[in-house]
Design a binder for this molecule. Structure first.
Ligand code: GLU
Length: 472
């Protein structure tokens, strides 16, 4: 058996249709939600450092306009194509709806392998791409707000911001034209690790649900759980790190040159540094080497977290997956067939479009910060600290006992920006997980968590369209 060939967008549509049956919306509304509203496909030249000229293929897709601005990352990858960007933009629509982030879905892609370009060439490509977006009004704090994705990060976002602000002098909210910026350029503290932290909060909430864990034959909580993470990029690294800090055992890690496994647990930072110095994840201490990075997906563990690219779990390896929970940190890591195989095996697949929503959630906080022009915590931090210190002094006076220094520090501490961002993210992911699980529980005919998540998303987007008055 092999995977049926669906385009990635086709696979997203298939999941949507499967869930739409559990809703009562007019077929016209459902069709409007599914469609990509605007697709901008572009080609532009860039002069390489050696004087030759490359013609660059790039896209920006706005999947939905029921809320403004559109929101979604920009990826740099050799595999980028229109279908993929459309699928990823659609996932952004559903993702934002589930976590109550008031944006439409969008996504951008530039078809290049960033490792084959110098920083100067990448800067020229990024700035030219931004200019193309400006020309067609496909970027702006109120229209469409890009962010990092696979192959891009703070550096690229700073180039986008600089190009945009140069061409919009005096636009007071210009910093909100892109998120995932360096903090010095209007970024928010906590954005870098946000997706990984969101993946952790989402999976921790699933692990804290006694009825779910009982069904899987597992103990409640993440402590002691065996975890395999595929991909040690921004998302994979932080996910693994937050699980390790919470007392889970990271037994397997994979990068594109191969994978390593150690049932006694791997230290994430040590592995990360080993890869940096030796150039490979392999040959780490006493860990077992696995020749292919996809071998990691078939190892013994409780939770498997694919955190790299799409379609890594397919009909070939899905039957060999031993985990009880698969957390989709990447976008689209399962083919539709693999999804069905895992569900039939009783595995819970925690779906991408909500589980990796931490990035866009904190992007939302960053955008709000840019529009309000003030750092989170600036106004209330000292006030709270003074108030807390006063309460502690009163308590000590009344009880006649001195509080320990550590406890005192903890209680007195006023919230910094990063504390507030983490707290907002935790609230968002916990609420979304409960909402999806409740939807699933209330309608036992819903076959899996992905379908339940889509039902939640469809209901929210459809309500929003209906309330816009487009479909009276
Ligand atoms: N690229 C990330 C995603 O797929 C973040 C998008 C954003 O922050 O707008 O969700």
């Amino acid at each position: 058996m092999s995977d049926k060939h669906y385009s990635f967008f086709g696979a997203v549509e298939k999941s949507f249709d499967k869930a739409a049956k559990f809703t009562k919306w007019d077929p016209g509304i459902l069709e409007q939600i599914k469609a990509c509203n605007a697709i901008y496909s572009m080609r532009f030249p860039v002069k390489r450092d050696d004087g030759t000229i490359d013609v660059i293929e790039a896209y920006r897709v706005q999947h939905s306009h029921h809320k403004a601005p559109c929101k979604g990352g920009i990826r740099f990858a050799a595999e980028v194509n229109q279908d993929e960007v459309m699928a990823l933009a659609a996932l952004m629509t559903y993702k934002c709806a589930i976590v109550n982030v008031p944006f439409g879905g969008g996504k951008g892609g530039i078809k290049i392998n960033p490792r084959e370009y110098s920083p100067f060439e990448l800067e020229k490509i990024t700035r030219r791409y931004t200019s193309e977006l400006i020309k067609k009004k496909f970027i702006g704090p109120g229209t469409d707000v890009p962010a990092p994705d696979y192959g891009t990060g703070e550096r690229e976002m700073a180039w986008i911001l600089d190009t945009y602000t140069t061409m919009h002098p005096g636009e007071i909210d210009a910093a909100g034209c892109v998120t995932g910026k360096p903090v010095s350029q209007g970024g928010v503290r906590g954005r870098r690790e946000a997706t990984g932290l969101g993946v952790f909060f989402g999976l921790r909430e699933v692990c804290n649900m006694p009825e779910v864990m009982e069904r899987l034959g597992m103990t409640v909580g993440v402590e002691g759980k065996k975890i395999v993470v595929q991909g040690l990029g921004n998302v994979g690294y932080h996910t693994a790190k937050f699980f390790q800090d919470a007392g889970a055992l990271i037994v397997g890690l994979a990068e594109y040159e191969g994978a390593i496994y150690d049932e006694n647990g791997l230290d994430v930072d040590e592995v990360f540094n080993h890869r940096k110095t030796s150039g490979s994840i392999l040959n780490f201490r006493t860990a077992t080497n696995l020749a292919n990075n996809t071998d990691a997906l078939e190892q013994e563990c409780d939770i498997l977290i694919p955190a790299a690219l799409e379609n890594v779990i397919n009909v070939k390896n899905a039957p060999n997956v031993k985990a009880k929970i698969v957390g989709e940190a990447a976008n689209g890591p399962l083919t539709p067939e693999a999804d069905e195989i895992l569900t039939a095996k009783g595995i819970i697949v925690v779906p991408d479009m909500y589980l990796n929503a931490g990035g866009v959630t904190v992007s939302y906080f960053e955008w709000l910060k840019n529009l309000s022009h003030v750092r989170y915590g600036r106004m209330e931090k000292r006030f709270n600290e003074n108030m807390n210190a006063h309460i502690v002094t009163q308590m000590e006076g009344l009880s006649g006992k001195k509080m320990g220094l550590k406890e005192k520090e903890y209680i007195v501490h006023g919230a910094d920006e990063v504390d507030l961002v983490y707290s907002g993210l935790e609230e968002t992911m916990v609420t979304a997980t409960r909402e999806i699980m409740n939807e699933w529980k209330n309608d036992p005919s819903i076959p899996d968590m992905r379908t339940a998540a889509y039902v939640v998303a469809i209901n929210k987007v459809a309500t929003s369209y209906a309330e816009l008055g487009i479909f009276p």
